[in-house]
Design a protein around this ligand. Structure first.
Ligand SMILES: *Cc1c(COP(=O)(O)O)cnc(C)c1O
Length: 355
């Protein structure tokens, strides 16, 4: 979970291939043009047509009644947890989930809920693991309020939860009086990889959100979806947290642009990730987790060098990757990296590991 510094350090060579994160994508000229032409209004007053259009589109895409535009994915998670949970409640989620590892303890600090971490390969817990974790209410046990899944599972390796597991997990949760939440930061990567429509994939989930700042390439924005009642409550928290916006339609227009132009091309990122993984697997001492989407996790322990050491040497030759543990590195493909960039990255990897 330790990210390498992104700030360019004095004397560092320029970045040639940025595989650090899909969050580092930049708006394209055409996306900026769409943003410049956006109709706007005062969003806090419900008067921004570009935000309304994006929210309507997202509600339709996910098959939910309503949606709310928020500045970031983290705010979508935090507000969803605030709406679903009371203080002292338990949230059942994977041990590596973003809500547990990467939101500054916001789940405890804001909702006052705690995460009961579940285990399982690839950032996913099985329906059976969930069944075993069920604790029928007593005065001792916390109330089990919510089951949360992450599609794709980031630290799990960008894995895609199967529709069968998603459906079964949601059914178990609902049968046991729990609500369901999906952190869909990279939902469209899963949709493209699995060939399952978004609405079908998220049908069992009471709340779901999509991030536009990952592989979709927008500068900011995420949309949280759910029932009318859920989104009304989410709006109250958005206001309380200072997340209500004024002419935010400029940003929403970039998100809508990304839905029109940057979804199908996620398949290219997945092909590039597979090519990168195949190349890395041929390097002495490197083991690679086979990618399912755009995240390629590799392990450097067989080289006798830490991932941080390898990442540093790569950076000195203009290739950026992130590190997620002593020997675990992550390379992430996205719309600013093409097939030639993958070849460049692989040849730099070869040089660095031969040294
Ligand atoms: C990036 C990410 C988030 C947070 O989104 P931000 O827009 O960066 O706040 C949440 N969950 C997962 C799985 C992510 O990858």
């Amino acid at each position: 979970m330790v990210h390498a510094p992104t700030r360019p350090l004095a004397g560092m060579p320029p970045v040639r291939v940025n595989l650090y994160s899909d969050t580092q994508t930049r708006p394209t000229p055409a996306m900026k043009q769409a943003m410049m032409e956006a109709e706007t209004g005062d969003e806090q007053g419900g008067l921004d047509p570009s935000i309304d259009a994006l929210c309507d589109r997202m509600a339709a895409l996910t098959g939910k009644q309503a949606a709310v535009f928020l500045p970031s994915g983290t705010m979508c998670n935090q507000i969803a947890l605030l709406v679903h949970c009371q203080r002292g409640d338990n949230i059942l989620a994977h041990r590596t989930s973003h809500i547990l590892t990467s939101e500054g303890g916001g789940t405890a600090a804001q909702a006052g809920a705690q995460v009961m971490p579940l285990d399982g390969a690839g950032g996913q817990f099985s329906p059976d693991t969930l069944r075993e974790a069920l604790a029928p209410g007593s005065r001792h046990a916390p109330t089990q309020r919510l089951v949360s899944v992450e599609q794709t599972a980031n630290l799990g390796g960008g894995t895609v939860w199967s529709l069968a597991d998603l459906t079964e997990i949601a059914a178990i949760a609902h049968e046991n009086g729990m609500a369901t939440h999906m952190d869909g930061a990279r939902l469209m990567n899963a949709v493209v990889a699995a060939g399952v429509p978004a609405a079908e994939m998220v049908a069992g989930y009471d709340s779901v959100w999509l991030d536009f700042t990952k592989g979709l390439g927008a500068p900011l924005g995420a949309v949280l979806c759910g029932t009318h009642a859920f989104i009304d409550e989410a709006w109250r928290w958005k206001q309380r947290m200072g997340g209500a916006l004024r002419q935010g339609g400029i940003c929403a227009a970039g998100c809508t642009y990304s839905l029109d132009h940057h979804v199908d091309r996620l398949a290219d990122d997945h092909v590039n990730a597979a090519t990168l993984a195949r190349g890395l697997a041929q390097l002495q001492g490197i083991t690679v987790q086979a990618p399912q989407t755009n995240l390629v996790f590799f392990d450097t322990s067989g080289t006798g060098r830490t991932a941080g050491d390898v990442a540093h040497d790569l950076r000195m030759k203009g290739v950026m990757v992130s590190t997620m543990g002593t020997y675990r590195g992550r390379a992430c493909t996205h719309l600013d990296v093409d097939a030639a960039g993958i070849e460049t990255a692989l040849s730099v990897f070869r040089e660095v590991l031969a040294a």
